[in-house]
Design a protein around this ligand. Structure first.
Ligand code: ADP
Length: 399
């Protein structure tokens, strides 16, 4: 079956068409600047020439129509008709406590998803638009929602409850949800496969280090704790997000700057993290270059980031009473050997012995510790789209 995977953001739409039997990507791409002018689609059909098409996309309906036109195009299309799409898998950012696995999108499910808008007001509406537009254009095709939060629904209360009045949880749904669940799930499974150990017997810590970053403790295949919380702002210091801070800071800075808590939150989300600690650097390649030049702010930011990751790993080794494998994934985790090495330098007490040559090579799905290292460290490229396609097929098969 061919599965169209859709990841709909407020002004962008990423897609992949995946053959679920071979797991080959038939085509993938991105629609940018939807609804804000200057929009274009970058479309990459496998084995054919990449197309960049500037085209007005005042709304997501235009974007999805354009994606479907590209996929079925006479020359650069990869399927003859939309009938060749067996199902659509939608990445859904927030499932609240309602969804602990992928589900077929019915009227009732859509309604429940609407109820999660207040938990992620920027993301859920975009996801719903993607779902509505695809349902309109492909009314006979099953639509499945795969939630970023679902994998973490196995966390025990001691990990997901905050030390705030309990009624905040019961009345306002305030708790740790965790994000990047599709990635943590995929990478932890893949880690078990690479090590040749059943996932039920493995304690794994996944470090998803991209622009957004989170660490997850996976015990026996289940998420038992993760660093992001009620929203994705908490946990690690990230590209632009502040990570864990003392909540008093918000009112204090608002008073100092004569502004509102809301505008301080904007800074904490968009102008903090590595960006805030440096002179506006977000990309880790630029941060690395700054460190190589001996730039003090860059060196400081790098040290803080690495310390954040290493201390989380320590916390989760404690949570699971041990750890067998630590997997690095996402843009930084997969591509920055210096970050991996610096994190591992904190982990001697876990019996981590890094193999420098293997770490520098950083091959996909490789073990980067020496054979006698008690805890294995791996580089495992994440593949959220493939995971969404797999989960979509499971749901459709169970119908
Ligand atoms: P997101 O999906 O959260 O936007 P990604 O997983 O794509 O993030 O990761 C983006 C981050 O990965 C950026 O900070 C980027 O600098 C970093 N990155 C990508 N390639 C490299 C590389 N070769 N070396 C170091 N960092 C890299």
């Amino acid at each position: 079956m061919n599965v169209l995977v859709i990841n709909c953001g407020s002004s962008s739409l990423k897609f992949q068409l995946i053959n679920s039997e071979t797991e080959d990507v038939l085509a993938k791409g991105l629609c940018e600047r939807i609804g804000i002018g200057g929009s274009r689609i970058v479309y990459k059909p496998t084995g054919k020439e990449k197309q960049v098409i500037e085209s007005p996309m005042p709304n997501h309906t235009n974007a999805v129509s354009l994606v479907l036109e590209c996929l079925t195009h006479e020359t650069y299309g990869v399927i003859k008709s939309l009938d060749e799409i067996g199902a659509v898998g939608h990445r859904a950012v927030h499932g609240g406590e309602k969804f602990s696995k992928a589900v077929l999108i019915t009227k009732e499910v859509r309604k429940i998803m609407e109820g999660t808008i207040e938990l992620a007001p920027l993301h859920v509406p975009a996801n719903l638009i993607g779902i509505d537009v695809c349902s309109q254009l492909m009314p006979e095709t099953p639509m499945v929602a795969v939630f970023d939060t679902a994998f973490h629904q196995t966390m025990p209360q001691k990990a997901f409850l905050y030390g705030v009045p309990y009624k905040y949880y019961t009345d306002y749904q305030i708790r740790r949800y965790g994000f990047h669940g599709t990635s943590h799930s995929y990478v932890s499974k893949r880690t078990a496969e690479i090590l040749g150990v059943p996932k039920e017997n493995l304690k794994t810590i996944v470090c998803h280090l991209g622009n957004g970053a989170s660490v997850c403790a996976v015990d026996g295949g289940k998420s038992v704790d993760t660093s992001m919380g009620f929203t994705p702002i908490t946990g690690l210091v990230m590209g632009t997000r502040c990570g864990d801070i003392d909540p008093e800071i918000i009112e204090y800075v608002a008073a100092k700057e004569g502004t509102t808590a809301h505008s301080v939150m904007e800074v904490l989300n968009k102008k903090s993290g590595i960006y805030g600690l440096t002179d506006g650097i977000v990309d880790f390649r630029d941060l690395r270059a700054g460190c190589d030049r001996g730039d003090e702010a860059c060196l400081r930011a790098m040290e803080i980031f690495v310390y954040n990751v290493a201390t989380r790993v320590g916390a989760y080794a404690a949570a699971m009473n041990g750890v067998d494998a630590i997997a690095f994934t996402a843009g930084i985790g997969e591509n920055a050997p210096t970050v991996r090495k610096a994190v591992c330098e904190y982990l001697g007490y876990l019996g981590v012995k890094i193999d420098d040559a293997a770490n520098d090579a950083g091959e996909d799905d490789s073990i980067i510790t020496t054979p006698d290292s008690k805890t294995k460290v791996l580089v495992v490229p994440t593949n959220e789209e493939l995971m969404i396609a797999r989960e979509t097929v499971e749901v459709v098969k169970s119908l």
